[in-house]
Design a protein around this ligand. Structure first.
Ligand SMILES: [Zn+2]
Length: 171
């Protein structure tokens, strides 16, 4: 293609995108909804492969914008302090009853343990012992703001798509 042709093609594409903005946005939205698990898996791989880069970027970002993060942590602490809570003793009992990570089954005495809110506080979960479970740090970070059912369903889909549907056939 000549240089002129290339310029024309680019101009055409720009014009097309401008004219079909809503359509393109809708198409992208549908794609994301239909390929949720795939996209999540792809993002996970990307994050795993670019760990150091992402950490460096986050650090720079945080150093330049510490206020929103600090405020968020403060607000969460404040919210927690107003809620009904649990005792350390209750938590210890849960820990004794749950030697393995609820998410992946790893022996919790060998990893860093997080206190996970089964229903996240952000989704109206309570800060009481019934809503707490021990997760390994990897599972907890992967679960994030999802509730248990959502997270398990998502993990199952990712697992199934990775194994080429064999799990689905067995289920
Ligand atoms: Zn785990």
């Amino acid at each position: 293609m000549s240089l002129n042709g290339e310029t024309k093609r680019k101009a055409y594409q720009t014009a097309y995108r401008a004219e079909h903005k809503a359509e393109i946005a809708a198409r992208n939205k549908t794609y994301r909804a239909e390929h949720k698990a795939e996209i999540a898996a792809r993002n996970k791989t990307y994050r795993a492969e670019h760990k150091a880069e992402i950490a460096a970027w986050n650090k720079t970002y945080y150093n330049n914008n510490p206020a929103p993060y600090i405020n968020r942590v403060r607000a969460r602490k404040q919210r927690l302090s107003m809620m009904p809570s649990y005792t350390e003793q209750e938590w210890q009992l849960v820990r004794e009853r749950t030697p393995n990570c609820v998410g992946c089954g790893v022996l919790l005495s060998t990893v860093k343990v997080h206190r996970d809110h089964i229903v996240p506080l952000s989704k109206g979960g309570s800060n009481t012992i019934e809503n707490l479970q021990p997760l390994c740090v990897t599972c907890n970070l992967s679960k994030g703001d999802k509730d248990m059912a959502e997270w398990m369903a998502e993990r199952r889909v990712v697992r199934v798509s990775k194994r080429g549907m064999t799990e689905e056939a067995k289920a």
